[in-house]
Design a protein around this ligand. Structure first.
Ligand code: SF4
Length: 307
């Protein structure tokens, strides 16, 4: 009988597919992926994919973003109900209502949003480029949605702008408390605490560093400290341990598990490659407008990175 990993390798070759996995995925999924990264890195890889098929091991908005950036490819989301509760907290009608109240504001939507919400927004951002994106905008007032914690993080970094946060949040990161941070520090007093900007502002303030998962990974790999306390989804520890062997890593709280990111199993990856299903499709009228917001983000990121 063919082992599941061999079946995936065979099908990946037969289908001319690339497998992209988010840092929060289970270790066995990270192990069979061609690229493991945060949502910006996965979007960038999907945009330049030359393969016929992109398997996105993550949640729905990531697969939609891949499809927006490379619409001629078949994009597969191995488990169709792997979603993001934060993305579901805002609807296109909500964005239209905000625009009526704040007609002069730019609307920046976190990439953790549906394609339909992106279609109503001016530009997207990720946690790794949100500050850069907001600084690039000519408007003084900026609505940031759906994550109120990322909006607060940006507002502190860009005080010259008027940032209006939406009320959404990530149910996983939002659970982390200042008490969790204090308790973790007692166990490892010399270890820096690295958290994600999706955590509450008090938690970010209590930490030593806040950044995207890739930025956290780099901070560990490049930092001189031997031990770190990680305040983001626990799946990233596997990727950090691979990138920075020898460092001691501990998650700040065992609450940091995203159930949707744990839904994909190896069998799902093999089956979706076998049947080329479930595939992601986006209606044309939404796709064209959403793509504008995503490609604008990519252009601003590229322009800023190259100076
Ligand atoms: S960790 Fe939070 S933001 Fe990321 S997919 Fe899960 S619920 Fe959404």
């Amino acid at each position: 009988m063919e082992y599941i990993v061999d079946r995936i390798r065979r099908l990946r070759h037969e289908r001319n597919a690339v497998i992209l996995a988010h840092f929060y995925e289970n270790p066995e999924i990270q192990d069979i992926a061609d690229i493991v990264g945060d949502s910006f890195e996965l979007a960038r890889r999907a945009q330049h994919a030359t393969e016929d098929v992109i398997v996105l091991c993550g949640v729905r908005f990531m697969a939609e973003t891949a499809k927006l950036l490379n619409p001629d490819k078949t994009v597969l989301l191995p488990v169709p109900d792997a979603g993001c509760p934060m993305a579901d907290m805002v609807t296109p009608a909500d964005v239209r209502a905000i625009r009526l109240c704040e007609p002069d504001a730019a609307v920046v939507c976190y990439v953790n949003s549906s394609a339909a919400v992106k279609a109503e927004s001016d530009i997207c951002c990720t946690s790794s480029n949100a500050v850069r994106i907001v600084r690039s905008l000519p408007q003084h007032t900026v609505v940031m949605l759906p994550d109120k914690n990322l909006a607060d993080f940006v507002a502190r970094a860009v005080p010259e702008k008027r940032i209006l946060p939406y009320a959404g949040f990530c149910p996983t990161h939002h659970q982390l408390t200042v008490e969790d941070v204090a308790q973790a520090r007692q166990a490892l007093p010399d270890a820096p605490v690295l958290v994600h900007p999706e955590c509450e502002p008090e938690v970010v303030a209590a930490a030593d560093f806040a950044g995207s998962t890739s930025q956290i990974l780099r901070r560990v790999a490049e930092g001189p400290e031997p031990a770190f306390l990680i305040g983001t989804e626990e799946g990233v520890l596997y990727a950090i341990a691979k990138a920075a062997p020898g460092k001691m890593l501990q998650v700040v709280s065992d609450k940091l598990v995203c159930p949707d990111m744990k839904k994909i199993r190896l069998e799902d990856v093999a089956n979706c490659l076998e049947h080329l299903w479930p595939s992601v499709s986006i209606p044309d009228d939404i796709r064209v407008r959403a793509m504008r917001a995503v490609t604008r983000m990519m252009e601003v990121s590229d322009a800023t990175l190259s100076v």
